[in-house]
Design a protein around this ligand. Structure first.
Ligand code: AMP
Ligand code: MG
Length: 349
């Protein structure tokens, strides 16, 4: 069965961390908090342990996993040909929510990289994650600790709901800090390519690194815009059971469309929730059926509440969630990437 360890997020109890680390070393699975979302960890150098991650999550085998380290020097044991700009960048950015994809060394099993010649690496900025990796004495491969296709977990309770009985240990240290997964940069290309936007924004990265980055079309979450999904079509990520409708465009028009769609589905007898910011809620003057997702004044609040709000749709048995869109700048890019992937339907007003 699953051992649940409640730990202090800032000063983790070392005996509990050692218990979890010992299980990792023996090839077990440990869910643990990072500053982004909860991860589902296994010994990155043990192919059998890594395979268990895919089983526990129902994860497609062709989806590679990020390797987590606790010391910058470990990077050179796992990859070769680290460009000078990456060496300088990690000096500034690690520990932190940025992942670099680099050419892998032989020591990294194909199970981790889904057969790719590259591996994604990061050093997380969470005391619990760092202590666990250090005590395990090896790098930890970890995707997000949710069932594949579901919203990523940002609290210990989310992990328990998805993973209890499927993993050996769940370390519960409360809520994560950022709430969306790390920014992923393909550093094997020049200019580097943003594969997934995250808490560290493209604008900040470009300034720190002194290079322009390219943004991969997938990073915009645009693979399926404006097409209402056929029922049962499993192309979605981060998806609640409820039908999520994302309204993009000029904010005044967005607010009008939100109301129209809300009342249309209400009149059809559906249970409808509005996933909107404090500002939008105040302007619309609605308080019932609102799941407040943060403030437009600081989009990091929206990032932090995003997955929790998507999960709430199902916890409260809503049929439909209607969500406002955000600008594709700063952390807004990371939010829109998740929302577009989670949405059943995207409407441009
Ligand atoms: P997850 O940790 O489940 O949120 O997903 C990790 C993500 O990191 C994957 O879906 C990929 O987008 C990315 N990733 C991991 N390894 C690689 C790699 N070798 N090359 C490109 N992208 C990668
Ligand atoms: Mg994931």
């Amino acid at each position: 069965m699953t051992l649940i360890l409640k730990v202090d997020p800032v000063n983790p109890e070392i005996t509990k961390i050692r218990t979890a680390a010992e299980i990792l070393r023996k090839g077990g699975l440990v869910a643990f908090p990072t500053e982004t979302v909860y991860g589902l960890g296994a010994d990155a150098l043990n192919p059998n342990a890594v395979r268990k991650i895919f089983e526990a999550k129902n994860r497609p085998l062709d989806n590679p996993i990020i390797v987590h380290i606790c010391d910058k020097s470990q990077l050179f044991e796992l990859v070769e040909e680290v460009p000078e700009w990456v060496i300088k960048a990690v000096e500034i950015l690690w520990p932190g929510p940025v992942t670099f994809v680099l050419k892998k060394r032989k020591i990294v099993p194909n199970e981790v990289t889904a057969g790719l010649p590259t591996v994604a690496i990061r050093m997380p900025a969470h005391p619990v994650a760092l202590a666990l990796i250090r005590e395990a004495g090896r790098p930890i491969a970890a995707p997000s600790a949710n069932l594949s296709g579901k919203p990523s977990p940002t609290t210990g309770e989310h992990v328990i709901r998805d993973m209890y009985g499927r993993v050996d240990v769940i370390i519960d240290a409360g809520e994560t800090f950022f709430g969306v997964e790390s920014t992923v940069i393909d550093a094997t290309e020049d200019p580097p390519i943003v594969l997934r936007p995250g808490p560290m924004t493209v604008e900040e990265l470009e300034q720190i690194v002194g290079k322009r980055f390219r943004i991969h079309p997938v990073a915009l979450g645009r693979s399926k815009i404006s097409i209402p999904k056929a029922p049962g079509m499993k192309y979605r990520h981060y998806a609640p059971e409820a039908r999520l409708i994302l309204i993009e465009g000029d904010h005044e028009k967005v607010m009008k469309t939100i109301l129209e769609i809300y009342y249309r589905y209400k009149s059809l007898g559906k249970k409808v929730a509005l996933l909107i910011t404090r500002e939008t809620r105040n302007k619309l003057g609605i308080s019932r059926d609102v799941i407040e997702i943060g403030s437009r004044e600081n989009l990091y609040t929206v990032a932090k509440n995003l997955f929790k709000s998507l999960r709430m749709l199902d916890e409260k048995s809503y049929d439909i969630g209607i969500c406002e869109g955000f600008e594709l700048r700063g952390v807004g890019l990371a939010i829109m990437n998740r929302l577009r992937k989670a949405a059943s339907e995207i409407i441009n007003s």
